[in-house]
Design a protein around this ligand. Structure first.
Ligand code: BGC
Ligand code: BGC
Length: 815
């Protein structure tokens, strides 16, 4: 029998490559307890009474940054979300009480009596993906990759319960979690959102997460006020895309799709997951949001899913033939609710017209509405009055923090411990160094307070500790002394150094990287390890990352090496394992083991790993190995695309953006940040897309520069390339502005004065000009050096070497 195929065109050569055959799929079933006959009958009665507008409205979800409660009087939408950069009343740092109030305002308007039809309460969703990470002071758990390393399903259940209590405590009933991706290529920026590259671990955890968040479903009974709806996401094979591209294409067989990527959905659906989010990505060239065989035949057919599917952030707009405000084919493919953050109004109108014209059938529309109402009933939202979720004091409760601290300790994986340098002996004099030692942002990663998580500070988590805080208090308690020194300098030679370093925060595509090599973007860490070792100091590395990385040089330069992932707000969990108490034993031994293979070189996907999945030493099970090969296994210069310096809101590896003034220089690892003397400041801003630019503002003399290892641009020079910069000049100020490249300097003052203000403009200077002025382009290490005084303000969008389109005259060089 032929399977129904997606309505839109299948672009692949073999049309069947993107058609799932339900007969091949395992069977799962939403528990019958998701609903009951009496509820289904009530839903039927409601659907019969609802106006067409009200039914269509149920299918649309808007973001709080683009809708106000009053809008719901005119547009009876079914759902509201708060995306990663959206906080109540424009405040990213809102309290539980603020969230509760905002949700209440939307809900109240949605429930106002209607002239015609029925008032249906909104369902409110948020990304609580490692604890209720939206609220400062909440319990922030390790990101999923660390939980995977804990190999502890019972712990996962407790984490999910605590997370649910905190989400519900702020008046919210729905979280967009857990991520059930099974990442196969760690270059993917969302690798850390996945528990493991092993489908078995994801399957075991998916079930526990859903049971912990929602509780066990019972027929005809609402889930309790301290439980929330889960979202199994992103359906399907978001972790299987070619090259680890975010929103990319999984070019894999149906077998692989099922065996690897669907594993977590089977258990999550069996456990009663009330919602499933469709993935931005494609399967064999077809966008999942438009794939009927996946969303309907496989998910709602074979896998027996009875809840509702929600789209991802305007992802429907990527389906061929669709735009953000027009996409009947996604609904016909089986999407029940559009995530239409800012596009909701136009989308509501076109969807309404399509429901009138029959382009969206009544049967499909009513099925989607039924599924959404089913979940609303289950959450008690249809009760009169709706079930109240509110316990502000639950957010960041001490018992919750203790669970997070335990999770941190259990997530640590010991890769090396030469000479038993760990645990740190009682009474030791310890130097704690490295850029991440005292950074709440780096240890928490993306999806913390804001989308990218770059601006998190200690003040955001007063009941949390940085890794330094935890080490300091444990070392002191054991009769020793600890000193914090980010750059590793010291007056008194320590007995041992603990160096904490790693990836700076990122989320989604902003975290996609070209290779697994850690070093190119972070060269100074290796230098720090080596300099400490050269002074005869034993070195313990604590490595923070959202993925396994090629770190053999750093491992060689360390006596002990701990993979600590992205531990979240309870840094003390690190000390619990690393620091021995007065009795000479640490409170906990290492129990974590890798949930991803650890790479031997920079290549991905990982072939023969250096440490296999499941690897991890402990004090009880030590292991030894010799010096590791430091060969990245590929031509890094080529892989890193040395000719792109800045784009998508950040310096591109191996390049680093820095700001400096007379007070000193600082790397722009996170933003906002300012130069040491406060004269040059940096913020993330939106110009054409979210956080796609960095705003640089001078309040006095200073520089913004991009630096990296010497790159050979002879090739680009021979091909006639230009230095191309795209920026938006907002104001120029009084002082002169100069631009340096490869050590040569051009006066920009007049050019910038002439540039249109507040609009994107670009600049291209032929490389030949710099070469003629004496620059050595075979060893270029500074592709941008902007010097200015008070009043210059601009947003930098991109800096790269572009092919010359037309020749332009060389500017005058300053020297
Ligand atoms: C992400 C989802 C997230 C949604 C809402 C999307 O960009 O892919 O994981 O749930 O935004 O914030
Ligand atoms: C939102 C996120 C979303 C992302 C997608 C951000 O502004 O806050 O929730 O995932 O945009 O582009």
């Amino acid at each position: 029998m032929a399977t129904p195929v997606a309505a839109q065109t299948v672009t692949s050569d073999t049309p069947d490559a993107a058609t799932a055959n339900p007969a091949n799929w395992p069977s799962a079933r939403t528990p019958a307890a998701i609903t009951d006959l009496a509820t289904e009958n009530r839903i039927s009665a409601l659907i019969a009474r609802m106006t067409l507008e009200q039914r269509v409205g149920q299918l649309v979800q808007a973001d709080i940054s683009a809708i106000s409660p009053e809008d719901l009087r005119t547009y009876p939408l079914g759902s509201i979300l708060a995306g990663g950069n959206s906080g109540p009343y424009g405040n990213e740092r809102a309290t539980a009480a603020d969230w509760d109030r905002l949700v209440g305002e939307f809900r109240a308007v949605s429930l106002e009596p209607r002239e015609k039809g029925v008032a249906i309460p909104i369902i409110f969703g948020v990304d609580a993906v490692h604890g209720h990470n939206n609220i400062p002071g909440a319990t922030v758990f390790p990101h999923n990759i660390g939980l995977g390393a804990a190999h502890d399903p019972a712990l996962i259940r407790r984490i999910a319960e605590v997370t649910a209590v905190e989400i519900a405590g702020s008046g919210i009933e729905w979280t967009f979690a857990p991520t059930l991706a099974v990442p196969q290529d760690p270059r993917w920026g969302r690798t850390y959102e996945g528990y493991s590259s092993d489908p078995q671990i994801v399957a075991r955890y998916g079930k526990e997460m859903v049971l912990g968040l929602q509780g066990k479903l019972e027929g005809g009974v609402q889930i309790p006020a301290d439980r929330v709806a889960a979202t199994a996401k992103h359906f399907l094979a978001d972790g299987g895309t070619l090259g680890g591209d975010d929103q990319g294409d999984a070019q894999i067989s149906e077998r692989e799709l099922i065996d690897i990527h669907a594993a977590g959905y089977v258990t999550a659906i069996d456990a009663g997951a009330l919602t499933v989010m469709a993935s931005f990505s494609s399967w064999n060239g077809v966008k999942n949001h438009g794939n009927h065989s996946l969303l309907t035949d496989a998910l709602k057919g074979a896998l027996g899913f009875q809840g509702f599917t929600v789209g991802d952030w305007n992802a429907h707009g990527q389906v061929p033939g669709c735009t953000n405000t027009d996409c009947p084919s996604a609904i016909m493919a089986g999407l029940d609710m559009f995530m239409a953050p800012d596009s909701w109004k136009g989308l509501y109108e076109t969807t309404l017209a399509q429901a009138r014209s029959g382009a969206i059938t009544q049967a499909r529309l009513n099925d989607a509405v039924r599924r959404i109402l089913r979940v609303k009933f289950k959450l008690g939202l249809m009760d009169t009055p709706p079930m109240q979720r509110r316990d502000h004091a639950a957010v960041g409760a001490p018992a919750h923090l203790a669970v997070a601290r335990e999770a941190v300790a259990k997530s640590l994986v010991l890769l090396k411990n030469e000479g038993s340098v760990l645990p740190i002996k009682p009474g030791a004099k310890v130097l704690v160094a490295g850029p991440a030692a005292d950074s709440m942002a780096i240890q928490s990663g993306g999806w913390t307070v804001s989308w990218q998580g770059t601006d998190v500070t200690h003040d955001d988590f007063r009941n949390g500790q940085t890794i330094w805080d935890g080490l300091n208090s444990a070392v002191t308690q054991a009769g020793g002394s600890a000193t914090l020194s980010a750059d590793g300098s010291f007056d008194q030679t320590p007995d041992v150094a603990i160096v904490v370093f790693g990836e700076t925060p990122y989320a989604e595509y902003q975290g996609d990287v070209p290779t697994l090599d850690y070093q190119p973007s972070n060269p100074s860490d290796l230098a720090l390890l080596k300099s400490l070792k050269a002074k005869g100091i034993p070195v313990v590395s604590v490595f923070l990352s959202g993925r396994p990385m090629f770190t053999s040089p750093e491992i060689n330069a360390s006596d002990a090496f701990v993979a600590a992932w992205l531990p979240g707000s309870q840094g003390a969990g690190v000390a619990d394992v690393l620091i021995a108490g007065a009795d000479g034993k640490s409170p906990r031994d290492f129990t974590g083991t890798l949930s991803f293979p650890w790479p031997r070189d920079a290549k991905a996907p990982i072939g023969r790993p250096l440490f296999p999945l499941g690897y991890g030493q402990s004090y009880a099970r030590p292991a030894q190995f010799g010096t590791l090969s430091e060969d990245p296994g590929m031509d890094m210069a080529e892989a890193l695309n040395v000719a792109s310096f800045f784009g998508a809101g950040r310096a591109l590896a191996p390049w680093v953006l820095k700001v400096e003034d007379a007070g000193g220089r600082r790397d722009v690892a996170s933003a906002p940040i300012e130069s040491a003397g406060g004269l040059v400041s940096v913020r993330s801003v939106d110009v054409r897309a979210q956080e796609d630019a960095k705003a640089l503002t001078w309040t006095g003399n200073g520089n913004a520069l991009i630096e990296g290892p010497a790159a050979d641009l002879s090739h680009q020079l021979a091909e006639g390339g230009s230095l191309a910069i795209e920026w938006r000049i907002d104001s120029v100020g009084s002082g002169p502005v100069t631009l340096g490249f490869a050590g040569r300097t051009v006066d920009m003052t007049e050019r910038l004065k002439a540039a249109p203000k507040g609009e994107v403009s670009s600049l291209a200077i032929p490389l030949q000009c710099f070469a003629d002025a004496g620059a050595n382009l075979s060893q270029m290490d500074t592709p941008m050096f902007l010097s200015a005084g008070e009043g210059l303000s601009l947003a930098l969008l991109s800096a790269r070497i572009a092919p010359v389109v037309r020749t332009s005259d060389c500017p005058a060089f300053a020297d």
